[in-house]
Design a protein around this ligand. Structure first.
Ligand SMILES: [Zn+2]
Length: 153
């Protein structure tokens, strides 16, 4: 689940120290990008745009604890829900990170908090390291996953 603008606040952009690249983070970013591509290339996953933030009925239907979210994953139906009014790339990266690292955590609430903190940290890191080429590729893959599937009708 992703809340609006959860990785960048307006204060961050004013006072954050300059971004310094780090080799091991760069390698981690590269590996994670390939995992994200793989999820989006996999025919089992769909991306669905929706108006999620503030939509009480939809958020309840998706099993969210409030209506203040802009992205979530339906593991059973393998759908990544994204509020298209927000930062779509960051949200897709965030939700894919949940899919990638989710297995490492238990389903208990405490473990979920740990997972959420880790996902937010990795999302921020990946958005900093993402190249124009990677962002373009990601957009293409997302577009392909947005195509309506017959089985959903
Ligand atoms: Zn999350």
């Amino acid at each position: 689940m992703r809340t609006p603008g959860c990785h960048v606040s307006s204060e961050d952009s004013q006072s954050a120290p300059p971004f310094i690249k780090n080799k091991s983070e760069q390698r981690l970013h590269y590996r994670l990008m390939h995992r994200v591509y793989k999820i989006l290339r996999d025919d089992e996953w769909q991306v669905r745009y929706c108006r999620m933030n503030g939509n009480v009925a939809l958020c309840a239907k998706l099993g969210l604890d409030s209506d203040g979210y802009v992205g979530t994953v339906d593991d059973e139906r393998q759908i990544i829900y994204v509020d298209f009014r927000e930062d779509v790339l960051s949200t897709v990266v965030h939700e894919c990170l949940h899919i990638i690292i989710g297995d490492r955590y238990d389903a208990s609430k405490k473990a979920y908090k740990a997972e959420e903190a880790e996902v937010q940290r990795l999302e921020k890191m990946m958005m900093q390291y993402m190249s124009r080429t990677q962002a373009t590729r990601l957009h293409y893959l997302i577009s392909d996953r947005l195509a309506p599937r017959k089985r959903e009708q």
